[in-house]
Design a protein around this ligand. Structure first.
Ligand code: ATP
Ligand code: MG
Ligand code: FE
Length: 332
């Protein structure tokens, strides 16, 4: 069974082909138009998807050595994401499926981030808990099977990736700032400055308080020393990153204890963060967890994870009608 998968939910246009459960390729075109705006501009994202989609799909097909006629299904991200961006991918996928006379498979982007764990060994065993940390989401998910997942905790306001990106913006770093904070943090002292670790009830996260605390902290420091940011960027980044990671780990520990699960995975763009990866290994050692961290290329948005999710949906014949439409706020 050969499936072509397409991802276009945010600012990455990506295509991947999976053959009998094995990922053959993962072509990703990242949009650079958003850098100067400090965030993704939806209208520009849709237009860039329109420009990139056909070349990206063509490259996936040609590098697989397969003919279009050998495809058995077309999979696409149905949501959640930016409506205009999703529309480009979904419309294209529908017309391709229709013209080839093969079924269409709709994939939830957040489920797919988790399914990235089934691309390579070692694969987590069920049930496991996945901390999904990305640009738009912060979720604790109880994963019962390839197709059965339950959100057991999430953020009531900003996502952790957003907290990384907004902090970076305050520091004058270009978008997306998460990877740059990570880079500076590696050279700084995580205990140089103290920011509040939010304590919401249960498994609920909140990141808007930290963002405000950082804003006021920087404003006060700059009053005393206009060059404060330039002089202390590494320590600021290390301290912010430390606080964000502690906030995440606090709830992850709580979830693992509550559900008595020691199979622990992380997924989503922020799971590329080196501090988070290190901290997870420390906890794994201490709490006897078995932890799973995706390869870098499968952390941020990519179509291989969509293809992996589609592989399991195909086995269950979970197909979509051609009247399907994207869902910007699709839930797990
Ligand atoms: P969602 O998946 O919720 O729809 P998204 O698709 O935009 O959102 P991803 O592509 O999964 O999110 O992740 C992008 C986020 O990951 C950005 O916020 C980015 O700053 C963050 N990120 C990427 N690498 C790192 C890193 N090394 N450290 C911290 N954050 C990072
Ligand atoms: Mg992105
Ligand atoms: Fe994503």
């Amino acid at each position: 069974v050969n499936i072509l998968a397409i991802e276009s939910s945010c600012d990455e246009t990506s295509a991947s082909i999976i053959s009998n459960g094995k990922i053959l390729n993962n072509i990703v075109a990242t949009q650079s138009v958003h850098e100067k705006y400090g965030g993704v501009v939806p209208e520009l994202a849709s237009r860039a998807h329109q420009q990139h989609l056909i070349p990206v799909v063509q490259e996936a097909i040609s590098s697989s050595g397969m003919a279009k006629s050998e495809l058995n299904a077309i999979a696409v991200t149905l949501g959640p994401g930016l409506m205009g961006s999703l529309m480009v991918g979904v419309s294209f996928a529908k017309s391709l499926a229709y013209s080839l006379g093969i079924p269409l498979i709709g994939v939830n982007h957040m489920e797919a981030h988790i399914m990235a764990h089934f691309i390579d060994e070692p694969k987590p065993s069920f049930p496991f808990i996945c901390l999904t940390v990305s640009g738009g989401h912060t979720q604790l998910v109880l994963v019962k099977s390839h197709l059965e997942m339950e959100v057991i905790g999430e953020t009531m306001d900003d996502a952790v990736g957003e907290a990384f990106d907004k902090t970076a913006k305050l520091l004058g770093l270009p978008y997306p700032g998460g990877p740059l904070i990570d880079k500076h943090a590696q050279l700084g002292n995580p205990l140089a400055y103290k920011f509040p670790i939010s304590d919401m009830p249960g498994l609920t996260f909140s990141f808007s308080g930290i963002k405000t605390a950082i804003l006021y902290f920087l404003r006060d420091q700059i009053k005393e020393n206009p060059n404060f940011i330039e002089e202390h960027i590494n320590d600021i980044c290390a301290s912010v990153q430390y606080t964000l990671i502690q906030t995440l780990m606090q709830k992850l520990k709580k979830a693992a204890k509550e559900y008595q699960i020691k199979e622990i995975a992380i997924a989503g763009g922020v799971s590329a963060n080196s501090g988070l990866r290190r901290e997870l290994e420390v906890l794994a050692e201490k709490l006897k967890w078995k932890t799973y961290i995706p390869k870098f290329e499968y952390c941020t948005d990519n179509a291989a994870m969509i293809a992996m999710a589609a592989h399991y949906k195909y086995q269950q014949s979970e197909f979509l009608g051609l009247d399907a439409s994207p869902e910007a706020r699709m839930k797990i």
